[in-house]
Write a protein that binds this ligand. Structure first.
Ligand SMILES: *Cc1c(COP(=O)(O)O)cnc(C)c1O
Length: 401
């Protein structure tokens, strides 16, 4: 659904205009969703949350009971997540790790390193020898594996196996695996394999990725203990009610774990865990007609919610009418059935949603954008045009906060 939950709706309507725009997160809804995801997965499959999707400390903490750990992709995320959810297992991934970041991760005692290149492996080996000589640091080389699945109803799915800065080509990853297994790096332990090959995949596609990765791993001859098959579960912004089929995915993963009892499987979704728990609420400032199209200009814009500009979609939204109009000047209202919702930035790219059915939309009405809980505020260009930052509200009806 695109409609805000009752708690979110009440909060948005209670906020004065001057406190808009605002991000409102429903932590109870997040918990309900995370429970459903966890329940759909086999017990033996580990769930890590990819912190880059939304690293708000309240979100990280609310997910705590449902996840086995957190995936971080920078020294900044590492320090932030370690502080927000102390003592939880961390996997440190991402390209271009600096010596300082690796040093900090070793000093922190990070549980797992996702190694993106041979250079990074050699750097890690030497830093581990110096900083953590008494323990063996767990390493999961990241492989960029070609995944081609012609079995998927006509649409051949081809991804991974393309030039990217991520991970290693299969041949190189295999060489790294054997070097680790042969004891070339005595301070490192080959713990597993990491693969994150695509995003926006449905359950059947995700399963075929997992199967491809697992069969590559088992063919290595030195099967490592863990296989992280990545994140990338789809979120459908056009049809928000069509959610990733966690039950089907969980059933498939159960078959995979039964076939490979020696492996621990892990997944690390971001978007599909937190997208649904966040809303970006604002109010209409102006309604106008331009060359045959109607526009509602709202407080804020894509410098707060960059998701629609980045992904090229219309952010799903709903209108909360506000009947009072506090000003002595006339209130503008839409004449047509559909309207384009734009922000306050001086660029034609600052469009949040087009063709929104909102007959009679007036200045002062509130517009609430849903699916704003992932890759939203934290990917946006906040400083552009120097408008005020939004407020942040974390609702937790369960603990009546
Ligand atoms: C971004 C990322 C994820 C999460 O991807 P989603 O599409 O948010 O599920 C997982 N693993 C790695 C390595 C990533 O870079």
């Amino acid at each position: 659904m695109t409609d805000p939950t009752p708690a979110v709706r009440d909060r948005i309507l209670a906020l004065p205009s001057t406190e808009l725009p605002a991000y409102v997160y429903d932590l109870a809804a997040l918990r309900t969703h995370a429970t459903a995801v966890r329940d759909a997965l086999p017990e033996r499959v580990e769930l890590y949350y990819a912190a880059k999707a939304n690293p708000e400390p309240e979100i990280l903490a609310a997910l705590g009971p449902y996840v086995d750990g957190y995936e971080v992709s920078s020294g900044g995320e590492l320090a932030h997540v370690a502080k927000a959810v102390p003592g939880r297992p961390l996997a440190f991934g991402g390209p271009g790790k600096t010596p300082d970041e690796v040093t900090a991760a070793l000093e922190h005692g990070v549980e797992r390193f996702h190694v993106e290149s041979e250079y990074e492996l050699r750097m890690l080996a030497e830093l581990a020898r110096r900083i953590a000589p008494r323990r063996r640091v767990a390493v999961l080389p990241r492989v960029n594996l070609p995944v081609t699945d012609g079995s998927l109803a006509g649409s051949a799915l081809a991804m991974g196996g393309r030039p990217t800065p991520f991970g290693m080509d299969p041949v190189r990853a295999e060489a790294v695996v054997h070097a680790l297994a042969d004891g070339t790096y005595p301070h490192l332990e080959l713990r597993g394999i990491h693969a994150h090959l695509a995003s926006g995949l449905q359950a059947a596609e995700q399963l075929s990725v997992a199967e491809t990765v697992v069969s590559w791993v088992t063919a290595l001859g030195v099967p490592p203990a863990e296989v992280n098959v990545g994140g990338g579960m789809t979120v459908d912004y056009t049809h928000p009610e069509r959610r990733f089929d966690w039950a089907a995915y969980g059933n498939g993963l159960a078959r995979l774990t039964e076939a490979h009892p020696e492996l621990t499987l892990r997944i690390e979704p971001g978007r599909a865990l937190t997208a649904y728990c966040g809303w970006y609420a604002t109010e209409v400032l102006d309604v106008k007609r331009s060359h045959g199209e109607e526009f509602a200009v709202v407080r804020g814009g894509t410098h707060h919610l960059r998701t629609p500009a980045t992904k090229g979609h219309d952010q799903p939204c709903s209108v909360l009418p506000v009947d009072t109009w506090p000003h002595p000047w006339p209130r503008p209202a839409a004449e047509g059935e559909r309207i384009t919702v734009a922000g306050q930035l001086c660029t034609p790219k600052d469009v949040l949603a087009r063709q929104v059915p909102a007959p009679g939309l007036r200045a002062g009405d509130r517009v609430v954008f849903s699916l704003a809980g992932a890759y939203a505020w934290n990917i946006s260009h906040h400083a552009f045009l120097m408008h005020p930052e939004p407020g942040f509200h974390f609702l937790d009806t369960a603990s009546a906060r």
